[in-house]
Design a protein around this ligand. Sequence first.
Ligand code: ZN
Length: 130
Amino acid sequence: MSSHLREAAAAAREVAYAPYSGYMVGAAVLGSNGLVYAGCNVENPSYGLSICAERSSVFRMVSDGCNEATACAIATANGAPPCGACLQVLSEFASDSPQFKILMVDEVGRVDEKTLANLFPGGFRLRASS
Ligand code: ZN
C-alpha cells in the first residue's frame, strides 16, 4: 500500500498550483476506510491564503466523511518533511498517532520514512492528556 500512497502523492504533485514559489508538493493520506486521498499545494498571490498539500489531502479525507488517517506520503523536489501547521493537522486525524508513518519522497524516488512522533513530539491539545 505504501507504493500506492507514494504514487498518489507524486501524481498530485504534478497538478500543484505553485506559480509564486515554484515549489510543487503532492501529498496523500490513507484513510482508515481504505481509500487514498491526495492533495496538492494551492498558492495565492495573497500568500497567507495558500494551503499546503498535506492539509489539502487531509481536508479531502474529512470532507469525504473519514476522520482517521493511517499513513501519509509527501512528494517534493527535495524530500522535505511537512511544515509545523500540517504536522498539527495530521496529529488531529492520525490513527495510533505515535506510530503514524510519514513517507517523504524526493523527485528521484528516494524515500525517507519517519513517524509523526519523530517529527512532531509535542502537538497542541486543548486539554492535558491523562
Ligand atoms: Zn504545511
